[in-house]
Design a protein around this ligand. Sequence first.
Ligand code: PLP
Length: 385
Amino acid sequence: MKRIYMDHSATTPVDPLVVDAMLPYFSEMFGNSSSLHSFGMEAAEALARAREQVAEAIGASPEEIIFTSGGTESDNLAIRGVIPHDAGKKHIITSVIEHPAVLNTCAFLESMGHDITYVPVDADGIIDLQELKGSIRDDTVLISVMHANNEVGTIQPIEEIAKIAKENDIYFHTDAVQTVGKVPVNVDDLGVDMLSISSHKIHGPKGAGALYVRKGTVIEPIVFGGNHERGLRSGTENIPGIVGLGKAMSLASELLGTDAKHMQEMRDSLISRVFDALPDVRLNGHPTQRLPNNVNLSFKYVEGESMLMMLDMKGIAVSTGSACSSKSMNASHVLTSLKLEDDYIHGSLRISLGKENTMEDVDYVVESLKEIVLKLREMSPLSNS
Ligand code: PLP
């Protein structure tokens, strides 16, 4: 059976060039980068090279890169790191549609007595800048707003938020886990103080990531130990993973133009052909300010889970943002924040394209989706189509 993977916002296959770069660091070059002998030096050199690759891909300096275990840890370090442990009550501003790595970190800080403001978004998922400005307080230490949303693909006006943060002398962190390799990510152009990266979303290995921390940004560690990563992230470095992240970042920036164009052509074709084929469909997220690989559609009268399972039987892997996603029974907090009508909220599908997908894959997905939605609607008591 044909197998088509279109769930690249969840994770991506590791690029063979990344695998090749990593392999020697599992075997002959297995050293600990802190060791003083030649084995250690090989590992330290690999670490330094990967740091340069990551820095170069986002326009940063190598000293501004802290390696972590992935996007979740980078978000935790950025947010918990700026709240000094000995200071009084502090305030953080974020958005209602952040990834749980940000939302649950904020919820934890709230439980510890800090204040968090969750700024709403409009129907396309764009953050309300007036509300954001209005929520700034004298004790606001951080604004954390994601670069692009992982469910609906909306890209935020990061440069404008950065300006607001700067004018008010507040640190600004962005979760760029979904944007690296899909849109240009340059820390100076964006104007951010901190930026989270995850390797497995960009054809690198799982369990590796980085946090960019602009020179002069004062943060404290959340993991203590042997003072690796300038004391900000202790623990023997995951050298193969970090080498893979470095290679994946280089490839992502080298191929950005061609890969993003290819994904965007498939995205636009998929959207327009589904709209042509089926009534009662809506596109969730911003129509143009969206990731080139993100298609998030809601189909009236059908359940997302039913579509997902029937697509899976045809070998097509996508995800759903409605009930039961991530094994939870709640509707997606992102779709809820977009104030989607109830009729549409449970019938959503996120199709996230990747560089290895083809227009033939899109043909097969559109045909399969059409057949499945029509079949499900025939069975639905709510539908008269
Ligand atoms: N932030 C965003 C926007 C994500 O999409 C994800 C993963 O889905 C994460 C953070 C977490 O990254 P990781 O899986 O590397 O911990």
